[in-house]
Ligand binder design. Structure first.
Ligand SMILES: *Cc1c(COP(=O)(O)O)cnc(C)c1O
Length: 356
């Protein structure tokens, strides 16, 4: 077999590694912030019904503009959005990629505030966009003054703010987002992948009069739909026009569109576990605190827990008990997804044994 290094690969990709959260077949998977509740059978049947209908016309390309789905998403988000302000793709990662293709590129720079989502630098790299990761404040929060000063100093074309932030769980106040928007004339993207779990208000309310603001969302987390790969965004209609220039024709398959329609039609059932997941999140926070660990406050479906003397040992011990969590490379910290009640019980039990 030829080695990667022997191929005439792009020089900037030499030595780079693909995204690689472990996909290990264990009983309790709390490592990639999925909704760990299965799809209700009634919803699954609806999806089958819709995709079966779509299957009859798979000889044809799908609606390139997926107007029916955009209308449904606009209705779902409310806030007087119309379908022209909505765009969707195969996961919000593809939304991010199209966004970088349209607004980044050679000679341009994106910034974000870390620790934050590990895909931002990867997407910047493959779209030949510069990327600078600026630190968050000590408690991982952001203030309007701080964000403003850093934007003025670093002069980016793109600013990405993740709220609630992965992996810290921190929400961002709307006043910080308003200040960021006013601080430069580039594009501001708010990644709201976990917004359904948050107490902080969605930045969608800030869209009127702000054509450089983009809110990205996903069906991968609260919606329990990670396997279907559906992400979407809300923005000014002109941003959608920009995305339409860079997207591949027919990027959203007829099957994906049909499945997403079925999911939105049954959104009450798919989102039914959000409150209970928040309950498990708060149970994890209280439980690990009692054990002497230091969880960060979280507005998402996961908790960043600090205070492990040996993170690798903790990770390996949990794994040997059939529980996978995430080591995101912050010393002393593990990120743990909030799952079902019984998953939390097992997790807290094993953690207590481990720390004993
Ligand atoms: C999980 C996650 C996403 C979602 O990615 P999809 O491609 O929609 O599955 C986006 N942003 C952040 C911060 C995430 O944690």
């Amino acid at each position: 077999m030829t080695n990667l290094e022997d191929l005439p690969i792009r020089p900037d990709l030499v030595g780079q590694l693909p995204y690689g959260a472990p996909q290990i077949d264990v009983q309790i998977k709390l490592n990639v912030n999925e909704n760990t509740h299965g799809i209700p059978e009634e919803v699954a049947l609806k999806i089958v019904e819709r995709t079966a209908e779509a299957a009859l016309t798979l000889n044809r390309y799908p609606d390139r503009e997926f107007m029916a789905l955009r209308l449904k998403l606009a209705e779902f988000l409310g806030e007087d959005l119309d379908s022209g302000q909505i765009w969707a793709a195969n996961g919000s990662n593809e939304i991010l990629q199209q966004f970088f293709q349209a607004f980044g590129g050679p000679g341009r720079k994106a910034i974000s505030f870390g620790p934050t989502y590990s895909m931002y630098p990867n997407i910047a790299r493959t779209t030949l966009t510069g990327y600078q990761l600026l630190p968050r404040l000590d408690d991982y929060s952001l203030t309007a003054e701080y964000v403003r000063a850093e934007i003025l100093r670093s002069k980016p074309e793109i600013v990405i703010l993740c709220s609630p932030n992965n992996p810290t769980g921190t929400g961002i106040d709307l006043s910080v987002i308003e200040a960021a928007y006013e601080s430069f004339d580039g594009m501001l993207l708010i990644d709201e992948a976990y917004q359904e779990f948050a107490d902080t208000t969605s930045a969608i309310s800030l869209l009127p009069g702000r054509p450089r603001l983009v809110i990205s969302r996903t069906m991968s987390k609260a919606f329990a739909f990670a396997g279907a790969r559906v992400g979407y965004m809300a923005a000014d209609a002109s941003v959608v026009d920009a995305m339409r220039i860079v997207r591949l024709p027919y990027h959203l398959s007829a099957l994906t569109q049909a499945a997403a329609m079925a999911a939105l039609e049954t959104s009450n059932q798919l989102l039914a576990n959000v409150e209970q997941i928040k309950g498990q999140r708060d149970r994890i926070i209280a439980g690990v605190q009692k054990m002497g660990l230091r969880p960060y406050p979280s507005e998402a479906n996961f908790v960043l827990v600090n205070g492990f003397a040996d993170t690798q040992l903790a990770f390996d011990t949990l794994l040997s008990k059939g529980i996978i969590v995430r080591d995101i490379g912050i010393p002393g910290c593990l990120r743990i997804t909030a799952g079902t009640e019984s998953e939390t019980t097992k997790l807290l039990g094993e953690l207590a044994l481990l720390l004993d």
